[in-house]
Ligand binder design. Structure first.
Ligand SMILES: [Zn+2]
Length: 233
């Protein structure tokens, strides 16, 4: 089987979204890329999660040409491909309609960094895309969604803020591999839920101080990170 390990990783990333309650029915999709081969594996469209097997993952090139699998890929494939083309360090993408993160996307409101949980994962607010234009919606909608995401990151580092809210739609998350993309989707939902509750408790709550935000992100990420165990490899 072509790209057996990647297919298994992508299947596992999809199943993680289900286990964590981020998807209902066949909503949601996760993918992964083999940068050496230039090939992407993604969940097929509309197949119940409980029936999914590694061989059902659809493998295509970065232009969307299917190279292995008889099933149709997730309809969001062109969005995933645009992210892989434009964000060269990412290895996995996860898309869900998880309840709280999607609520913020529908409210067309970026998620400010209200606490250190957010700061541990996202070095800045989780941004919101512009609305797609009528022409973009009528045209190559899924590709235009990817382009809208990339425009949102013109001045934001996607490696430091691995998530976005697509206006009126839902979040997309990414990471160095498929497992990290799903992990970030789970954390985003957790952060979005806490932000919602926090504003119910105190509608005047303010974002975290920049110093504390930087402290928490930079102790986990980047050259001077010191959180967790020293990597031996
Ligand atoms: Zn969607």
């Amino acid at each position: 089987m072509l790209l057996k390990t990647l297919r298994e990783e992508v299947l596992e990333a999809n199943l993680e979204l289900v286990r964590r309650g981020l998807v209902v029915y066949t909503f949601g999709n996760a993918s992964g890329i083999d940068r050496n081969e230039g090939l992407v594996a993604i969940k097929p469209s509309g197949v119940p999660y409980e029936e999914l097997k590694p061989e059902h993952m659809v493998v295509c090139d970065l232009e969307g040409k299917i190279v292995d699998c008889k099933l149709r890929p997730s309809s969001d494939l062109p969005t995933h491909l645009e992210l892989y083309r434009r964000f060269p360090n990412i290895g996995g993408v996860a898309h869900t309609h998880s309840e709280y993160a999607t609520s913020w996307a529908q409210a067309e409101t970026p998620i400010p960094c209200f606490g250190t949980t957010h700061a541990d994962y996202f070095h800045g607010p989780v941004p919101l895309t512009d609305r797609l234009t009528s022409a973009e919606i009528a045209g190559d909608y899924e590709l235009e969604t990817g382009k809208a995401i990339c425009r949102t990151f013109a001045k934001v580092d996607p490696d430091s803020v691995p998530a976005v809210l697509v206006a009126g739609h839902a979040p997309f998350c990414w990471g160095p591999d498929p497992a990290a993309a799903s992990h970030n989707a789970v954390i985003l939902e957790y952060v979005a839920r806490m932000a919602t509750h926090m504003l119910l408790i105190n509608a005047g709550s303010q974002p975290l101080a920049r110093e504390l935000h930087d402290k928490h992100f930079l102790r986990k990420h980047g050259r001077n990170a010191y959180y967790g165990q020293v990597k031996t490899q």
